[in-house]
Design a protein around this ligand. Sequence first.
Ligand SMILES: [Zn+2]
Ligand SMILES: [Zn+2]
Ligand SMILES: [Zn+2]
Length: 146
Amino acid sequence: MSTVDSACWIWLGATDQAGYGRVYPKPGKPRGYHRVVWKELNGHIDQNMDLHHLCENKRCYNPKHLLPVGRVAHMYIHSGGYTWRGKNKCRRGHPLTVGNIRVRFSKGYPMRVCHVCENIKRAAWRKENRDHCRKQLRDWRARNVH
Ligand SMILES: [Zn+2]
Ligand SMILES: [Zn+2]
Ligand SMILES: [Zn+2]
């Protein structure tokens, strides 16, 4: 099971020790092939941002399968402290495709969240707050109008 909905683009050239496709845009300066393609198609990516393979296929360079994450978050994901595996739906059943995944930090740890659920929660929070504000205003008026 994977969280991606399109095919992997497999790099068949050289790979580095970790198994990522490797190219040499400049002599002696190896680059991850997926990173080179990403830059080509999406433009700049911050130096301290990694591209995580959502498909977990290190040879893949399909930009839709790559998620920019901070280096620390990326290390954490790969340390197994947090798993991306095995789930392609969130708790409420929304598909966890690349476009619907957001990485959020909870107590310093990255976690994957469902964007649809997040929007639902945000809307609920706003509504609650609005009701709360209105109630306060009513109470205030009630106290001050004699
Ligand atoms: Zn892939
Ligand atoms: Zn990764
Ligand atoms: Zn959801």
